[in-house]
Write a protein that binds this ligand. Structure first.
Ligand code: ATP
Length: 295
C-alpha cells in the first residue's frame, strides 16, 4: 500500500491540568484520577515524509530529547506500522517548543499526533478506537491528545469525556528550570478520600459561569509545593499579577495562571519578567485540527 500523501506537517499542542484529583492506586502501580485536561496553543511541530527505504528515521535537535527508539514519536510510528502490517520508510523531524518533563504532556502529544498523522497519510486504515488503544499502550496521557479539545479524563487517563462548552481563556505558563520526577511525586502522595469527583466536575461545568477558584485543584501539589517552594512563589506571583486562579500542571514543575483576556495575560507576563522564574508562555485554549500542511 503506497501512502497517498508524501508529506504532512502537524502541530502537537501542550496540555494543562485545570483540575487533577487522584482517586485510587492500582495494584500495577498506576493511579486512578479524574482530571480536566485542556490543550493549549503551545506546540511541538512534527514533519513527516515518506522515503524509499523501509524504516523510521527521527531527527530532533532538542538536547534532552532522545532520537532513538525511546522517543515516543519513534514508538508511535513503530506501533502504527506494526499494527497495519506495513513495511514502509518514513522520515520524521520533531521540533520541540514544549518544555520537556515539565508537566505539559509534550512527549504524549507528540506520540498521539504521530499516530494521527500516519493514519491520515495512509488514508485512515485505523479507527479512532484502534488509535486510542495504541495510544494508551504508549502512555496514560496519550489518548487525550487524539481529541484536540478539553476533556474530563478518568481511569488512568483513557476514559475521556469531551467538554464542548469550555470557555476561551488565556493562560500564562511558567516553567521553572527544576526537574521533578513524576514517579517520585506519586510515590510520596498520601491518598485522601475524595467525593464523587466526576459528578462534582459536571456540576461545576453545567453552571452558567465557571467558578475557576473552586475548580482549580491539583492533589500532586501537596507533594511538590513543600519540596519546591518556587512552585508556590510562582503561583503567588501569578495571583498578584491578576490571575483568576493559578495551579501547577500535572506533576509539575510548570505552573499556569488563568486570565480572561489576552491583554491581561500579556500584562501578567510583563509583571513576572523581573522575577526570572524560567520560561514564560502566553497561550489560549486550543481546539482545532492539528494539520498545518499537506503534500
Ligand atoms: P510525564 O509527566 O509523563 O513525564 P511530561 O509532559 O512532564 O510528561 P515529557 O515532555 O513528555 O514530560 O517528557 C518526559 C520524558 O520523556 C523526558 O525525560 C524525555 O526524555 C522522554 N521523551 C520521549 N519522547 C519524547 C518526546 N517526543 N518529547 C519529549 N520528551 C520525550
Amino acid at each position: 500500500m503506497a501512502s497517498p500523501l508524501s508529506s504532512l506537517k502537524v502541530q502537537a499542542p501542550a496540555k494543562l491540568n485545570i483540575r487533577l484529583k487522584v482517586t485510587g492506586r492500582r495494584p500495577d502501580g498506576y493511579h486512578d484520577l479524574v482530571s480536566i485536561m485542556v490543550p493549549v496553543s503551545l506546540y511541538d511541530i512534527i514533519e513527516l515524509a515518506t522515503v524509499e527505504s523501509p524504516g523510521i528515521r527521527l531527527s530532533c535537535q532538542a538536547s534532552a530529547v532522545p532520537e532513538d527508539q525511546t522517543n515516543l514519536v519513534f514508538r508511535a510510528a513503530q506501533a502504527f506500522f506494526l499494527r497495519c502490517g506495513l513495511q514502509k520508510g518514513i522520515s520524521i523531524k520533531l521540533t520541540k517548543h514544549i518544555p520537556v518533563a515539565a508537566g505539559l504532556g509534550g512527549g504524549s502529544s507528540d506520540a498521539a499526533h504521530t499516530l494521527l498523522a500516519l493514519n491520515r497519510m495512509w488514508s485512515n486504515p485505523l479507527t479512532l478506537d484502534d488509535l486510542a488503544e495504541m495510544a494508551l499502550a504508549l502512555g496514560a496521557d496519550v489518548p487525550f491528545f487524539l481529541h484536540n479539545m478539553p476533556c474530563i479524563a478518568r481511569g488512568v487517563g483513557e476514559i475521556l469525556h469531551p467538554i464542548a462548552n469550555w470557555p476561551i481563556l488565556w493562560y500564562v505558563i511558567v516553567s521553572p528550570p527544576i526537574s521533578v520526577s513524576t514517579s517520585w511525586v506519586y510515590q510520596n502522595l498520601r491518598l485522601r478520600l475524595t467525593t464523587d469527583e466526576y459528578a462534582h466536575i459536571m456540576y461545576f461545568l453545567e453552571k452558567k459561569t465557571l467558578d475557576l477558584g473552586t475548580l482549580l485543584e491539583n492533589d500532586l501539589e501537596t507533594v511538590t509545593v513543600p519540596h519546591f517552594p518556587v512552585i508556590g512563589s510562582i503561583k503567588e506571583s501569578l495571583m498578584n499579577a491578576g490571575a483568576e486562579g493559578a495551579l501547577m500542571s500535572g506533576s509539575g514543575p510548570s505552573v499556569f495562571g488563568i486570565f480572561k483576556t489576552k491583554d491581561r495575560a500579556l500584562a501578567a507576563k510583563r509583571h513576572l519578567g523581573p522575577r526570572n522564574f524560567g520560561e514564560v508562555f502566553v497561550v489560549e485554549t486550543y481546539c482545532s485540527e492539528a494539520v498545518v500542511s499537506v503534500t
